[in-house]
Design a protein around this ligand. Structure first.
Ligand code: FHN
Length: 477
């Protein structure tokens, strides 16, 4: 399937009909134009749009800091093979099957003919996220395999032209997200194993970071930017442009800044993650310095050991071992584990972007739906201790985690004290009141001060929730 209108062509016929000297001059002119055209596709770092209409980061990122919890959706053609190729199980994350099984573009493209997710229901997906207490959704508009989940004019390799489904998935999600008050955000891969000006020519090692494509500049200026403009204009306003695949050789720090300001020029209040720049420190996910573009750090499959004061970050994580759907990956994290991770991440001032990998039929796998519903039950009683909270001012606490708001501490108790004496080290502030967050009557709990920076809260013998019970302390500032 061809990427439309991006290649330059000259017909031989015309040359024969023109006089020799004139031809020479014309040829030189053409080369000169091609030369300057080549020049044109060279990356020119965009100057920061004049500050008057550039929203500062705090103005753009406020809702995200409040939200704390979002859904990541990895969905695309890779859901069709679901981890198997030619009858063989392919190890590793499902969405990398094209690279892991060394599948030529000509053999991977036909998967589009089998991609017909008739059970896809945008309303249901958004509802599942919302019921779990998630405030935003980040879906793969295009992953590394280059397949586009929306109707794009830049290629036929998309949901409308290449599949029997022919419904605008991102369009339907945009409508539902607006209806249900959920922020829609797009994951977009800079690396592209399908585009001839990107990494397609690197086959069979699509992810060969020693290789460069001389036409990559054209891919960026024409295709990548063109499609991002489409996504913002057709489905925006968006919450976040969530870039990925920036580790390729051809992506530079300058390109990162250029793309960052390009996104802001498309939508001044958009948030752009730090994978727009190429300063990410591997899976730890934080940028080496603020010399690199991006609004926040993106730890992957890991949670920082401690809070990172003043740093915005978001841990993205799978529920099993794969982002894209694999039919036989049933290594699901437990409800308990996921709930405690949510509290752990919030206690360190971070956001949690929890992933689902829908099937090729368009269903979010049952184990994911069950876990999200269970998290939603806990959030129905305790979301006040997550949304809009800051990192814990207390050091390590032996029984769980702590989140904070001005004048309030939320003690997330994983290990309920058998002796009903919950000791809170490191607290100098005077406690005005203590109660269980799940207790609608907010019945007072007894608080005694052991010494200048330790108190004890006497709690009921039975924990309201065996996984995470929240005790609220109203404190003097
Ligand atoms: O290669 C991708 C991977 O497929 C997945 O999308 C994750 C999600 O953050 N990011 C990359 C690996 O770092």
């Amino acid at each position: 399937m061809n990427e439309k209108i991006s290649r330059l062509r000259f017909s031989t016929g015309t040359i024969k009909s023109v006089m020799y000297p004139a031809i020479m001059v014309a040829a030189i002119c053409v080369l000169l134009i091609a030369g300057c055209r080549q020049e044109e596709t060279k990356i020119t770092v965009l100057k920061a749009p004049s500050s008057k209409n550039l929203l500062c980061k705090d103005e753009r990122i406020g809702w995200w800091r409040q939200a704390r919890f979002g859904m990541f959706i990895h969905w695309g053609l890779y859901a069709v093979p679901a981890g198997e190729w030619k009858g063989e199980k392919v190890p590793g994350i499902g969405e990398w099957i094209m690279e892991r099984a060394k599948i030529p573009v000509s053999e991977y493209e036909p998967l589009a003919k089998q991609f017909n997710p008739v059970k896809f229901d945008a309303e249901q997906w958004v509802q599942i996220a919302k019921n779990a207490g998630m405030k935003y959704i980040v879906i793969t508009s295009k992953h590394h395999d280059g397949f586009c989940l929306w109707d794009t004019k830049y290629t036929d390799y998309d949901i409308m032209d290449a599949t029997p489904f022919k419904r605008d998935i991102l369009g339907e999600l945009a409508v539902e997200c607006r209806k249900q008050g959920i922020r829609l955000c797009f994951y977009h891969s800079i690396m592209d194993w399908h585009h001839p000006d990107a990494q397609a020519p690197f086959y069979p090692k699509y992810n060969d970071t020693s290789k460069s494509n001389p036409n990559f500049g054209r891919y960026v200026e024409y295709y990548l930017k063109g499609q991002l403009k489409e996504l913002v204009e057709n489905y925006g306003p968006l919450g976040i442009m969530w870039f990925d695949g920036e580790w390729i050789k051809d992506w530079t720090r300058e390109m990162g800044w250029d793309m960052f300001y390009y996104c802001l020029s498309l939508q001044p209040d958009i948030i752009v993650n730090n994978r727009v720049g190429n300063g990410r420190q591997g899976m730890r996910g934080l940028s080496k310095s603020d010399e690199f573009a991006g609004d926040y750090g993106t730890p992957e499959q890991e949670i920082p050991a401690t809070g990172l004061p003043g740093v915005d970050w978001e841990t993205c994580m799978t529920m099993n071992n794969t982002w894209g759907y694999k039919s036989y990956d049933n290594n699901w994290k437990s409800r308990e584990d996921l709930l405690r991770k949510l509290a752990d991440i919030a206690s360190k001032g971070g956001n949690f972007l929890l992933n689902v990998g829908p099937t090729a039929e368009g269903l979010i796998p049952g184990p994911s739906v069950e876990r999200l519903a269970a998290i939603g039950e806990w959030m129905n009683l305790n979301s006040e201790s997550i949304y809009g909270t800051m990192a814990s001012p207390l050091g390590e606490v032996p029984w769980g985690r702590c989140t904070a708001k001005p004048g309030k501490l939320y003690l997330h108790v994983f290990d309920w004290p058998a002796n009903t004496k919950l000791q809170v080290p490191g607290l100098k502030n005077k406690v005005k009141k203590a109660y269980l967050l799940a207790d609608k009557k907010r019945a007072r709990l007894l608080v005694t001060r052991e010494d200048k920076d330790k108190i004890t809260v006497t709690v009921p013998a039975e924990a309201p929730d065996p996984v995470n019970s929240v005790v609220v302390l109203e404190i003097e500032k």
